[in-house]
Design a protein around this ligand. Structure first.
Ligand code: MN
Length: 288
């Protein structure tokens, strides 16, 4: 086993709004191409941002997806989600929704009404996780993953790892995935350390949600920055320079061609065209 070689530390890109409810820094595909973190083909990060109280919840109205999964991790604030396949729910601090769009659906994503009425600080990550060609045609699915259902593994020297998906020290995260994925929240008080071993072939990154860290003993990484590793070495070392929360993403690349446009991620231009035609003909169901 050797140290996983660091590639780059990426600052958050200038933010933009998705609908009127999500003020995001796009790391993938703006700063990194989709293939680089395959199967993680999109990463939007709403860094801490204050939304004033409103009677009209902010968000994104009905829109389609096909060919992949959307994973929303709530750090602050509450999001309500509904889809045309009967999935939906509300997630709050620490919760995750894992929506498999696969063959296609419509969904909408808004700040939860009571939370919107209060307003407050909002912080969230949305990932798009690609699906292998054979699974792009499978039925849509919705997994509500409550924070209380995530195994919390205490670390020697303080802090813990919370598992959303994947496995650490023989504990398993609750999310069901189509390909091997590790998605963990690493919570470290200042001075605490964390070590993990992840295959060199897996695409691996860290997003610093809170605080600041030192990675592999030499790279200082501030809040809201993304650490990208090369596909060399296995061992990741993190030391918290201040109380820190780090999202760790690591996944086995699918390695298939990616044809992506707007809300659809397929394998070929022909399939993309079909996705648009099916959307126009109402094949994804109905959502008001
Ligand atoms: Mn969406």
């Amino acid at each position: 086993m050797s140290i996983k070689v660091l590639s780059r530390v990426l600052p958050p890109s200038p933010p933009h709004f998705v609908g009127d409810g999500f003020r995001v820094h796009n790391f993938i595909p703006s700063s990194l191409p989709m293939q680089r973190m395959d199967p993680f083909i999109m990463l939007d990060y709403n860094s801490k941002f204050y939304f004033p109280p409103t009677e009209t919840p902010r968000g994104v109205g009905a829109h389609p997806h096909r060919g992949f999964e959307t994973v929303t991790i709530a750090y602050k604030g509450r999001v309500a989600h509904t889809d045309s396949h009967g999935g939906g729910g509300v997630i709050g601090e620490g919760d995750v929704q894992w929506m498999t769009a696969a063959s296609g659906l419509l969904h909408k994503e808004f700040h939860e009404a009571d939370w919107a009425r209060q307003g407050g600080e909002f912080q969230m990550v949305q990932l798009w996780v690609n699906l292998p060609a054979q699974d792009k045609k499978s039925k849509p699915k919705y997994q509500a993953i409550a924070h209380k259902d995530m195994p919390q593994i205490p670390l020697d020297g303080g802090g813990m790892v919370e598992l959303i998906a994947g496995e650490y020290q023989r504990e398993k995260g609750p999310a069901t995935t189509f390909t091997p994925i590790q998605l963990w929240n690493v919570r470290l008080p200042a001075g605490a350390r964390f070590e993990a071993s992840l295959p060199a072939s897996f695409n691996t990154a860290l997003l610093v949600i809170e605080g600041s860290i030192v990675v592999n003993q030499d790279a200082h990484v501030p809040t809201d920055h993304l650490v990208l590793f090369r596909n060399e070495g296995e061992e990741v070392h993190i030391e918290a320079s201040s109380d820190a929360l780090v999202l760790l993403l690591s996944g086995q690349p699918i390695g298939e061609p990616i044809a992506a446009r707007g809300p659809f991620v397929m394998n070929s231009p022909e399939e993309l065209l079909q996705a648009y035609e099916d959307f126009q003909s109402g094949a994804y169901g109905y959502l008001d």
